[in-house]
Write a protein that binds this ligand. Structure first.
Ligand code: ADP
Length: 449
């Protein structure tokens, strides 16, 4: 028998959970549907943090920033391909989204930096741990507090439309039983398609054979479902490879490591690029090396400041040694070369001027405190910037840029905000900012306000 709700949320990543909480708080009866057996989607793997400019936490730390600069740097990082209207909305709403989380006891009060940004604006948990697990557990607590229903191992197979407006979804559960759920608003927060190799290769044949950092639910099903009801898409070929992925496990080595002062070194023992450039550029430089891989190298000070480092050590990714010479031996690297590279980099830190590669940010401190550490990394498919088109209300748009009434989308399933390259820390901002909006507007439509 069919069941009635006001709002159906598809997906339990950050976008879906934020949307569900907001829709509930606006008075809607909400159900969340997740095809995987666990909550958290790809968001749970998010590492570095959430970008926002002009926040209370920045002010507390005396960091001067502006929304305008955040806008410009994101646009430049996205190669000026970003949808300017969505990007403006994103930048405007970011500090409020940080406060929305704080009000729910999800405080991102430590701040670091990512590639392509000039200012510390990546907000993360106080203990400097990865943002994803912290965010999802905080959101889940809020979902549970509100008794919002979550159906796991249940896929939305189809979005139902009558007379041009959404009327609900068809779901299929783990026993392959299908049923209809009625709702005036359906929020599609199904994430990207990095784990759908066929779809990735369709748009970017040269990415065949690349590992992906994504969870296996990142198949792009939401894009297909929305296209089926007339949604338009944008930037589908814009697929980001992340430069620092441990290849045997496809595990992402967070940008927070470089943001905390780590460098990239080739097998020849040399730095080869500005480590704090955007992900697309750093990835291209690694692929251009003879080994198509590199080492992320750091010292005890960087380790001590990044909780993720200890996780990498525990996972067995990290080679360590008391001195640079001994590290070079273990890496099968020229000892003099690595010593020279570190010495030269440390001089650049001392004068805050990277003469070789023009690194301007995160020249945090000299790498001179043992033990020394290295992780072998190479790029992997990480984020799909393309997706369905929406307006600033998160209403899904068709090819004529007309809204499809009742269809909402937020998060990685949406295209346009990040242009041709997503900046680290901007995905978490995206999912929370637009998740809140989707929840609010979906509830408003369903309740007839
Ligand atoms: P975002 O970062 O945009 O919030 P995530 O990748 O974190 O996206 O989460 C998307 C979630 O949606 C994942 O947990 C994924 O398993 C789920 N999902 C994807 N397609 C479907 C579907 N057709 N039905 C139900 N859940 C889905």
């Amino acid at each position: 028998a069919p069941v009635n709700y006001d709002v159906v949320v598809v997906g339990t990543g950050g976008a879906g959970l934020a949307a569900a909480i907001q829709a509930h708080d606006d008075g809607a009866r909400v159900v969340i549907i997740e095809k995987m057996p666990t909550i958290g989607g790809n968001t749970i793997k998010a590492s570095v943090g959430m970008n926002a400019a002009e926040t209370r936490y920045q002010k507390l730390k005396g960091i001067e920033d502006s929304k305008e600069l955040f806008y410009e740097e994101t646009l430049k990082g996205g190669k000026f391909k970003n949808n300017p209207v969505l990007l403006r909305e994103f930048v405007e709403q970011a500090p409020e989204a940080i406060e929305w989380l704080a009000a729910k006891d999800i405080e991102l009060c430590d701040i670091t930096i990512t590639g392509g940004m000039s200012i510390d604006r990546t907000h993360r948990p106080e203990d400097r741990s990865a943002v994803g697990g912290f965010l999802i557990s905080g959101l889940v607590k809020n979902v549970n507090l509100r008794n919002i229903e979550v159906l796991l191992e249940t896929s939305v197979a189809e979005i139902l439309v009558e007379n041009g407006a959404v009327t609900g979804v068809k779901v299929v559960d783990e026993y392959n039983d299908s049923r209809i759920i009625n709702a005036k608003s359906v929020i599609v927060a199904t994430g990207g398609f990095s784990a759908n190799r066929e779809m990735v290769v369709k748009y970017r044949p040269e990415l065949d054979g690349f590992v992906t950092t994504n969870h296996k639910g990142a198949t792009g099903s939401g894009i297909a479902m929305l296209q089926h009801i007339g949604a338009d898409t944008v930037d589908m070929g814009e697929i980001q490879i992340h430069p620092t992925v441990e290849q045997t496990t496809s595990y992402l080595i967070s940008e927070a490591m470089r943001g905390g002062g780590a460098i990239l070194v080739s097998q020849a023992g040399k730095r080869f690029y500005n480590e704090m450039e955007t992900r697309d550029k750093v990835s291209a430089e690694i692929i251009a090396l003879p080994e198509k891989s590199a080492w992320i190298v750091f010292d005890e000070q960087v380790r001590a400041n990044n909780k993720a480092a200890d996780e990498y050590i525990a996972k067995g990714f990290v080679i360590s040694a008391p001195t640079p010479h001994e590290l070079a031996v273990k890496l099968n690297m020229d000892q003099e070369a690595l010593q020279t590279t570190l010495g030269r980099y440390n001089e650049f830190v001392a004068k805050q001027d990277d003469e070789d590669f023009g690194r301007k940010t995160a020249l945090r401190h000299p790498l001179n405190k043992g033990p020394y550490f290295a992780i072998r990394i190479a790029p992997g498919v990480h984020h799909t910037m393309g997706g369905v088109t929406i307006n600033t209300d998160t209403a899904v748009l068709d090819a004529q840029k007309e809204v499809i009434p009742g269809a909402w989308a937020a998060g990685e399933v949406v295209g346009g905000i990040h242009g041709a390259n997503r900046i680290g820390g901007n995905a978490v901002a995206d999912i929370i900012i637009f998740g809140i909006k989707a929840g609010h507007n979906a509830a408003k439509l369903a309740l007839g306000h």
